[in-house]
Ligand binder design. Sequence first.
Ligand code: PLP
Length: 487
Amino acid sequence: MDIGQFRRAGYQAIDRICDYYISLRDMSVTSQVEPGYLRKLLPASAPTVGEDFQLIADDYLKYILPGLTHWQHPSFFAYCPASCSFESILGEIYASSMSNPGFSWSVGPACTELEAVVMDWSAQILGLDKSFCNTTEVGGGVIQATACDAALVATVAARSRYIHEHPQVPLEKLILYTTTQTHSLGEKTGLILGLKVRALQVTEEDEFALRGETLEMALKEDVHVGLHPFILIATLGTTSSGAVDRLDEIGDVVKSHPFLWLHVDAAWAGVALVCPEYREVCQLPAINSYADSFCTNFHKWGLIQLDASCLWVRQRKHLTDALDVTPEFLRSKCGDAGTAIDYRNWNIGLSRRFRSLKFWFVLRARGIEGFQKHITNCIKLNTQFAQGIRESDQFSFVAKPFLALTVFRLAPQSLSHLTTSELNGLNRAFYARLAARDDIAMTQTELNGVFCVRMSIGAERTVEGDIDRALAVIAEEGRIALQEWEN
Ligand code: PLP
């Protein structure tokens, strides 16, 4: 492809992206293809002779687009949101046009310096303590691909700190704490690092949040049997119910265990901290007082597309102590002198995408007010949805609605005599009906044995009418599921 052809294909790509967004509302939310659909449509091997790009671009529309779920669709309410904004798309286009692996300051100074700046800007807009900022040269922030990577990196740093302080402790005695509501990233981190993992119990009475006394008790038990708890992965906004672990109480316990690292995973909910009115309920004061590391994904609710996971640490030294491996070919003048950040020592991989550019574009183009508007709008829409659930005699909440998440189930008064397992059966049937539709997407989950449905709002194009329609859809599917149940 020469420059002229690239220019034409590029203009066409932007036109097609615009057309996509113009017609998005009229599309199905989920793809209806069957597994293996694409292999049947594509040749068994790559072409020997290069093909005309127009044909390739047309085939994208013909074969690929029908197999995609449209996460930006106004009726996409599944999982967590996956942000995408035009400013962010442009950031990705410019960044990919350079393909600069930016692993050290010296191989692309702007990549590193912009990342350090936008991570500080992001810390500030969320109200994080300034000890997390890069300007301190002690703490700092780094963009990771995902919250799973962030948890893994934080755990590696915590383990390194612990072993440094307790060199006599065998690795098999270390134990990582999560809760029964922590995202699967906790268990996966343990799997990858070969660590023991203990999921601390949370209860419905505590709104599925970890309490300080549960942590205290677990520490006593484990220390008593010779184990060494060295990190707790706590959560602000759990995936299943939006629970916020009691970081104030946890902080009090952590204070008396100086080498127990507190990582706060706020992958989904963390961006809500941009609104001062949600900081208290999101336990920001405790995060600022006690967390050793904090993660939130701008690629979930923060208007920046994948991958945009922010990890801040109070002491960057623990990251670099654990992850700095510098063979001769990676040495540089300022790396040796320690006068610049080499971000390769703050994550697992070496080469890094130039992710900070899209942060810079979006943070500047939207401003703090733009983020606040997006978050408050989603929360307002969720209040509308939750009100519909409250007023219905068909449905009930399984957890208290939080921010832009409502967890509910079909539980009509007339069936209050059903056992949990019978109600679960009814709700599985109800959810199967929802999942079979292509015009709306929600996710199922289970909370301490109760099967339920999650409504998670975050797409920028969702408006009040979409919430009314979602309420009408669940009412209709609920009615049919009940009818079928009764027959
Ligand atoms: N943590 C929480 C609380 C989440 O809800 C999710 C995703 O839903 C994750 C972590 C995983 O995020 P990522 O895909 O960036 O690893």
